[in-house]
Design a protein around this ligand. Structure first.
Ligand code: PFF
Length: 455
């Protein structure tokens, strides 16, 4: 769909499915559990839900209403609603954010690809559970393997964006997404029944607020933005195809609801197994990939064939979920170069792929030869991860909210949220939302952002 021929999503269901395709990805399955582990378990989950309801959902509404109002891409939208103003520069920031995420996201996507190949070869299910937690470190510390897998993931993403076979992939995810959901529930039940899993469940449901500091709140907010794909133009672009009759708030609630449910299930699938396997919950980015081989090895002990099938289906599903997310980010970059700078599509793809691969190599090696190279006490991978969600996406979301609250006309905002008054959304709901958008969310984001930088 190009910006000039703006079709509509056929129904709000299709819009929600497309949004969920972008939102549900490695952020839920890989990032959420490790954030929970690093920031105090249950207390982080509560902070995450508070940030989600009070900040992320209204931010979704803001970004979506700009997109639907303007029916344009990021730069075009600001040019149309606020002609001649400096707001259009936010487009460049969205591209930067997407690009930074693609670089480190491809490393984790590469791990999924690696694990898919291992499970195909029958090397995951049925192995020795005690030894299984070491599978990840073996892979990550091998420079050739981790770089090759990262590169393969990024090139596949670029080829899909270039070849326009996005539709095919999206059809495929309609199959794999429900499959992933069912598998996650299965794994969650299995994981909770492992010996010693009770400690993990306790860790999730008994909040220890003493561990939740400013950095924890910033991480919770950043995770909510990352997981819902906010603050970098994806929601804006998708919403520019949304029908006038669809409810923006309703779509936001559905996206947030399904996304959060996925994250919670992942948390309850991973954390009990972490405790059962004796892995440190604060292990950081490798946490989930250290834990999964243990779960699958345990599964394969009593039921080798079933264990094999589940492992294979699981990594296939994760890989496609990761691809639909990475495609949506790569698309933001490519569209921008095509629309604003008249690049040909293949030129735009190459222009981002080449530096992306170079930076991706540095991120991939952060778990091996470059693990001791640190800046601000973070590895290169951690720096990319942190800078995108805790800084760039947070600032992006703040700019969108400020634009809606202080630059757009209130009547236009009301018109979009209530669909010209046709939605049976009480005036009080709109008033509360508008009050949050103007007076509560911007200072809340700033306080969390600054306290994190100072802390
Ligand atoms: N929300 C995706 C995930 O949870 O994996 C990551 C992501 C996709 C972030 C698209 C931003 C984006 F535009």
């Amino acid at each position: 769909m190009s910006a000039t021929h703006r079709e509509n999503f056929g129904s709000s269901f299709t819009f929600i499915m497309a949004m969920a395709g972008s939102a549900i990805g490695l952020g839920n399955i890989w990032r959420f559990p490790y954030m929970v582990g690093e920031h105090g378990g249950g207390a982080f989950i509560i902070a995450y839900i508070i940030c989600g309801v009070l900040i992320a959902i209204p931010c979704f509404v803001c970004e979506a209403l700009i997109g639907r109002r303007a029916r344009q891409g990021v730069v075009g939208a600001f040019r149309k609603i606020a002609p001649g103003s400096g707001w259009r520069w936010i487009g460049g920031m969205c591209v930067l954010t997407s690009f930074v995420i693609v670089c480190f996201y491809s490393v984790v996507g590469g791990w999924s690809l690696d694990f898919l190949l291992r499970s195909l070869a029958g090397k995951l299910a049925g192995g020795n559970p005690e030894a299984a937690t070491g599978v990840f470190s073996g892979m990550a510390s091998s420079p050739v393997e981790s770089v090759a897998m990262m590169a393969a993931f990024m090139v596949i993403t670029a080829l899909i964006v270039l070849g326009g076979v996005k539709k095919g992939i999206e059809k495929f995810t309609k199959l794999t997404m429900p499959m992933l959901f069912v598998l996650m529930i299965l794994i969650m039940v299995f994981s909770c029944l492992l010996p010693g899993a009770g400690e993990g469940v306790k860790y999730l449901v008994k909040p220890d607020f003493s561990k939740l500091d400013g950095a924890g709140w910033a991480a919770a907010l950043g995770q909510a933005f990352f997981s819902m794909s906010l603050g970098m133009g994806t929601v804006l672009i998708y919403s520019s195809f949304m029908k006038k009759e669809d409810s923006i708030l309703g779509s936001g609630l559905w996206t947030a609801g399904s996304d959060t449910m996925f994250a919670l299930i992942s948390g309850f699938a991973i954390m009990p197994a972490v405790f059962s396997a004796g892995i440190e919950p604060t292990a950081g980015p490798p946490l989930v990939y250290e834990t999964l081989p243990y779960i699958f090895a345990e599964m394969g002990v009593d039921a080798p064939v079933l264990g094999y099938a589940i492992t294979l289906a699981f990594f296939l599903a994760i890989l496609t979920a990761a691809l639909t997310s990475s495609i949506s980010m790569f698309e933001v970059c490519v569209e921008h170069a095509v629309e604003q700078y008249r690049f040909k599509r293949w030129q735009a793809v190459l222009a981002f792929l080449a530096p992306g691969l170079a930076l991706g190599v540095l991120c991939a090696l952060s778990f091996g030869p470059l693990k001791d190279v640190k800046l601000f006490d973070k590895t290169i991978f951690d720096l990319f991860d942190y800078a995108s969600s805790n800084i760039l996406m947070t600032l992006g979301a703040l700019v969108f909210v400020l634009f809606v609250g202080w630059r757009m006309k209130k009547a236009d905002v009301r018109d979009e949220i209530t669909n010209g008054g046709t939605l049976r959304l009480g005036t009080s709901v709109f008033n509360v939302l508008y009050f949050l958008i103007r007076w509560i969310i911007p200072p809340a984001i700033i306080v969390i952002f600054v306290s994190n930088l100072l802390g």
